[in-house]
Design a protein around this ligand. Structure first.
Ligand SMILES: Cc1cc2nc3c(=O)[nH]c(=O)nc-3n(C[C@H](O)[C@H](O)[C@H](O)COP(=O)(O)OP(=O)(O)OC[C@H]3O[C@@H](n4cnc5c(N)ncnc54)[C@H](O)[C@@H]3O)c2cc1C
Length: 470
């Protein structure tokens, strides 16, 4: 079991190397970990899930609105079921709130029946159109002008941070080597069947099979292997997070009727007990442009005021942005190159969290077509991930736990009620955080309304004392 963050990479040849430890690459590494093979998972960052996977709207979709017949439609539907079961088994918080797709004008209202029919074509049979009175009764704080909604009871919210971390933790415990701070710069492949030679920021690495799950950079890795069939255009989604006092204003995931640029602006509770408004959809050139803009936030506030006017009076805890890996296609760009023993997992745009486990299973099938031996799969030991969900028991409220270990009764971050015990556990975990942001994704410390103003010094002191790099 190993996580490395610096120094030369191990000698020898891996059976499979996965580039990118986002939610997709980590899910693939976890799926591969079931096999008796030597597996590496690489990421340029110092942590898993530090790209798009940390900055999304965290909805576990049913896939009701995918383009029917696409690979995405199939993998979202399958992935949704798999991840819901996995989350329940391994302690990832999920709240099955259901979604309402709210129509605000005649055109949107007229589109609802066809969206219900599309859901059926996507294998989802529980969506139904409901009248304005029912929408209002179920969401009393909606703004004026609601004409009706599509009720999609199967949609849930999930913790995106815990999901990636669970996959990576399970993979590492099952023997996968996770190499962080390890950017792949070039790939040399020989047609004769010799292993691929990857040159990374931490030296060379050899691997028989290669999986490209590099998110926004999947097109660039693809070109290193001689393929140019898609280009990733980052589509920025800015988001506003409102504080816990806003949580009572909304009971469902409030989705817009989709437009040409995707799913549009939504209002959703988060499993962390807050309310999120967003995202925008801005096509950019810069794959690092994860900043928020005054125009983007103003647009969100304007749209949010229409949906849930009282939300705009609530305190904002944070703003952030994520970049979708758009390719101009309505489907994922998952391509197998069996002769090269190489699989590209590109264009995983706005549903990759939901579909991650199904993508992983599909990719292992594609690797098998390229000659990877896939016999001898075993079940992995289940995990019990630390609970970050507000709707589930948390350590500071657990008298028995505190009696057994008083560190769970000593709150450090008062906004989010994070204890010294949880911070200690995160720092000693299988895939420990390399930064305070990584610690926040594992504990919620500094994620509350003061953004670390009160607890920042103490959290840093604990981190500096215990962090593996210290
Ligand atoms: C605003 C927004 C809202 C969304 N909402 C949802 C939602 O509600 N539900 C849902 O299911 N999905 C949602 N998504 C989509 C989901 O977040 C993505 O599909 C998913 O995170 C993609 O994961 P990934 O692993 O492919 O990419 P990433 O998380 O970006 O991971 C790719 C990794 O590759 C690494 N990498 C890149 N290049 C190299 C290199 N050369 N060498 C080594 N490592 C490299 C990066 O450091 C990164 O960690 C949303 C996305 C956005 C932006």
């Amino acid at each position: 079991m190993s996580v490395t963050t610096r120094g030369a990479l191990p000698d020898g040849t891996y059976d499979v190397t996965v580039i990118g430890a986002g939610v997709v690459g980590s899910a693939i590494a976890r799926e591969l970990a079931r096999l008796p093979l030597r597996i590496a998972l690489l990421d340029a960052s110092d942590d898993v899930g530090d790209g798009t996977s940390k900055a999304n709207t965290a909805i576990l979709h049913t896939g009701f609105d995918a383009a029917p017949g696409t690979l995405e439609s199939r993998l979202v539907r399958d992935g949704s079921r798999r991840l819901a079961a996995y989350a329940a088994e391994n302690g990832i918080p999920v709240e099955p709130l259901g979604a309402l797709l709210v129509a605000w004008d005649g055109e949107q209202h007229a589109a609802l029946p066809s969206l219900a029919a599309k859901a059926v074509r996507n294998g989802y049979h529980d969506a139904r159109v409901i009248p304005a009175e029912e929408v209002r009764a179920r969401e009393p704080h909606l703004g004026p002008g609601v004409l009706g909604a599509l009720d999609v009871p199967g949609e849930s919210v999930i913790c995106p941070w815990t999901t990636t971390l669970a996959y990576a933790t399970q993979a590492v415990r099952a023997g996968v080597d996770l190499h962080l701070n390890c950017r792949v710069g070039s790939v040399t492949s020989s047609p004769s069947g010799d292993p691929h030679l990857l040159s990374t920021g931490r030296g060379p690495l050899r691997t028989r099979h290669l999986v490209n799950a590099a998110g926004l950079y999947a097109d660039e890795i693809d070109r290193l292997l001689g393929h140019a069939d898609f280009t990733v255009t980052p589509r920025r989604g800015q988001l506003i997070v409102f504080d816990a006092l806003a949580r009572d204003l909304v009971r469902h995931i409030l989705l817009p009727v989709p437009g040409a640029l995707g799913k549009g602006v939504l209002v959703t509770p988060t499993v962390h007990g807050k309310v999120m408004l967003g995202p925008t959809a801005e096509d950019l050139d810069d794959k690092t442009a994860t900043g928020s803009t005054a125009e983007g936030l103003a647009l969100l506030r304007e749209k949010g005021r229409r949906i849930l006017p009282a939300l705009l009076d609530e305190e904002v805890t944070a703003v952030y942005a994520g970049l979708r890996a758009a390719t101009g296609s309505e489907d994922y760009a998952i391509r197998a190159h069996p002769a090269q023993r190489y699989v590209t997992v590109g264009g995983i745009r706005s549903t990759g969290l939901t579909a991650s486990m199904a993508i992983a299973s599909h990719v292992v099938d594609l690797l098998a077509d390229g000659g990877l031996p896939v016999t001898g799969a075993r079940e992995l030991e289940p995990l019990r991930m630390p609970n970050l969900g507000e709707a589930f028991p948390r350590p500071y409220r657990d008298a028995e736990l505190i009696a057994a270990d008083p560190e769970y009764g000593r709150i450090v971050c008062h906004c989010e009620r994070v204890t010294r015990g949880e911070i200690r556990d995160a720092l000693a975990s299988t895939v420990p955080p390399a930064s305070l942001d990584g610690l926040r994704r594992r504990t919620r410390a500094r994620a509350g309304r003061c953004q670390g103003f009160h607890c920042g010094a103490e959290v840093r002191a604990l981190f500096d004392r215990k962090a593996p790099h210290a």
